[in-house]
Design a protein around this ligand. Structure first.
Ligand code: G6P
Ligand code: MN
Length: 446
C-alpha cells in the first residue's frame, strides 16, 4: 500500500510517519513517497524519518521526488499538506490584514480568504492530476483552509477527497476527559464548517454527559475551550465552540492581541522553521532531536495570543503532545483499506445533513467511514445564530471558489466584503490591493 505526501518536506511529516511506524496490521502502508517543490526541505525531513525508522523492522520505505506526476502515478492514498507561498506568505496574510485592523489568521477572516485565493488554484490542479494518474486513490486533505480547499478538490474528484482537522478531535478528547469518559468510545455531537463548529453533546454509557459539564463551573473552565470562552458564555451558548470561534466571539481582543504581539504567529513560525531547516543543512545535525525540539516549542506557543487575550494561561501538557492529525489520517486509511467501520469528525460534502446548505457544500461533521469512504451522520440542526454564521462563511467560501475560477478581482472583493469579520467594502478593496501586492500568486485576479 503506497502513500504519497504532498508537501513532503513539511514540518509535520514526521508525525504522520510516527503513526505509520506504529501500525503493524495487515494492509498497512509499506511505501511512502514524499513530494515537495523544495529538494532541500525534502532531504531534511527524509533524514528525520530515517532516524525514526532506525531499528523498526519493516518500516515503510521512503522515497523523495520533486516531480508531481511521478509522486502520484498509481498511488493508493494521497495526503495533501501543502503551504502555497510558504510561511512568508502566512506572515504577509497577517500583516496586510492587521494594517487594516482586521484579523489575519491563516484560516479565519481576511487572512483565510487570502490564503484560500492562492491555494485553491494549486489544489484544483492537484485534484486534476490525481484524477488522471491515480483515479482510485483517496485524497486526505490537510491543506488549510481545509474545508474550502476540500470543497475545491471535491468538484473534481467528488467524495474521494476527505478533509481533516485536529481541532474538533482535540475538543472532543478534552471534554470527554473532563467528564471521565474514553474519547475513543464517546459519540461527539459536533457540526459546522472547518474551524467554525460547535460541540452540542457527548454521549457515553447511553447518556448525553454534556449537561453535567454545564452544571459545574469548575469542570467547565478546566480545559482549553472553557478557559478561552469562560463558563458564563459557554452556558449562554449551551454548546462548546471550536477554539477558532474565539476569533469571532472575542474579535476585538484577538485582533488587538495579534497587533500587540512582538511577532504574529506566521512570522514567528517563519523564523523558527527557517532555523530548523538551516540547522538541518549541516549533515551532522541530529535530525530527530532537532526536529522534536522545534516541534515542542511550536506546540507550546499555539494560539498564544488568544490565550493571552483570554487570560487562559499556559497550554495543558496533554494538549501539547500532538496526535490529532496523524491519528485521524491513519484511522481513515485503516477504515478504507480494511473496511473497518470508524466514526470520525471529517470535512465531507453535506448531502442532506444541514438543511440550510446545498448537498455539495463541504461541512465538518461526524462521519461513518468504511471501504466506500466517509458518510456524514445525521445530527441535530444548529441554532439560529450558528446557522447564520455557517451560511455567511459558506457564502464567502463560494465567492473565493468563484474568484479562483474566473480570476475576477470584483469577486475576490465580494468574498472579503461579505465576511462577518471584515467591516467595510472599502476595507475589502484595500485588502485585495494589499494582498495582490504581497503575493505574486494572486496576479491572476484582474
Ligand atoms: C491547529 C489547526 C490546524 C492548523 C494548526 C496551526 O492544529 O487545526 O488547522 O494548521 O493548528 O498551528 P500553527 O502551529 O501552525 O499555528
Ligand atoms: Mn485545522
Amino acid at each position: 500500500m503506497r502513500l504519497t505526501i504532498l508537501g513532503g518536506g513539511g514540518f509535520r511529516v514526521p508525525l504522520v510517519y510516527r503513526a505509520l511506524l506504529r501500525d503493524r496490521e495487515e494492509g498497512r502502508i509499506t511505501e511512502v513517497v514524499l513530494h515537495d517543490l523544495d529538494a532541500a526541505r525534502l532531504g531534511a525531513i527524509a533524514r528525520v524519518l530515517a532516524e525514526q525508522a532506525a531499528g523498526v523492522p519493516d518500516a515503510p520505505t521512503v522515497t523523495t521526488t520533486t516531480d508531481l506526476d511521478e509522486a502520484l502515478r498509481g498511488t493508493d492514498f494521497v495526503f495533501s499538506a501543502i503551504r502555497v507561498g510558504g510561511l512568508e506568505g502566512r506572515a504577509a496574510d497577517e500583516r496586510v490584514a492587521l494594517a487594516e485592523g482586521v484579523l489575519g489568521q491563516e484560516t479565519v477572516g481576511a487572512g483565510g480568504i487570502a490564503y484560500g485565493l492562492r491555494t485553491v488554484p494549486v489544489a484544483v490542479d492537484i485534484a486534476r492530476r490525481v484524477r488522471t494518474l491515480a483515479p482510485d486513490a483517496w485524497v486526505i486533505n490537510f491543506t488549510n483552509p481545509a474545508g474550502l480547499v476540500t470543497e475545491a478538490m471535491s468538484r473534481h474528484i467528488g467524495d474521494r477527497v476527505i478533509g481533516i482537522c485536529d481541532s474538533p478531535v482535540g475538543l472532543g478528547r478534552r471534554v470527554a476527559g473532563v467528564l471521565g469518559g474514553d474519547p475513543d468510545e464517546a459519540f461527539i455531537d459536533y457540526v459546522g464548517l472547518n474551524h467554525l463548529g460547535w460541540l452540542r453533546g457527548l454521549r457515553f454509557g447511553g447518556v448525553d454527559q454534556l449537561p453535567r459539564l454545564f452544571a459545574e463551573p469548575d469542570l467547565l473552565e478546566s480545559f482549553e475551550e472553557g478557559k478561552l470562552f469562560g463558563a458564563e458564555w459557554l452556558r449562554s451558548l449551551g454548546a462548546v465552540p471550536n477554539e477558532y470561534l474565539h476569533y469571532y466571539y472575542f474579535n476585538r481582543e484577538t485582533v488587538r492581541g495579534y497587533q500587540e504581539a512582538e511577532q504574529t504567529r506566521g512570522a514567528f513560525l517563519r523564523d523558527q522553521q527557517a532555523r530548523f531547516y538551516e540547522k538541518m543543512a549541516h549533515p551532522e545535525a541530529p535530525a530527530w532531536r532537532t526536529w522534536d525540539a522545534t516541534r515542542a516549542e511550536r506546540e507550546a506557543t499555539y494560539m498564544a495570543e488568544s490565550r493571552e487575550a483570554a487570560g487562559a494561561g499556559e497550554r495543558a501538557a496533554e494538549d501539547m503532545e500532538s496526535g490529532g492529525y496523524e491519528k485521524v489520517a491513519l484511522a481513515i486509511m485503516r477504515a478504507i483499506a480494511r473496511d473497518e467501520r470508524a466514526t470520525l469528525i471529517l470535512n465531507v460534502r453535506n448531502r442532506t445533513t444541514l438543511s440550510v446548505l446545498d448537498a455539495d457544500a463541504v461541512i465538518e461533521v461526524p462521519c461513518s467511514v468504511d471501504a466506500n469512504g466517509a458518510h456524514p451522520m445525521a445530527v441535530d440542526p444548529l441554532p439560529g445564530h450558528a446557522t447564520g454564521l455557517v451560511c455567511s462563511v459558506k457564502a464567502v467560501e463560494r465567492e473565493v471558489l468563484a474568484a479562483a475560477d474566473s480570476g475576477s478581482r470584483a469577486t475576490a472583493v465580494k468574498a472579503f466584503a461579505l465576511h462577518p469579520l471584515v467591516d467595510s467594502v472599502n476595507v475589502a478593496r484595500r485588502l485585495v490591493d494589499g494582498y495582490k501586492g504581497a503575493h505574486p500568486g494572486l496576479a491572476y485576479l484582474r
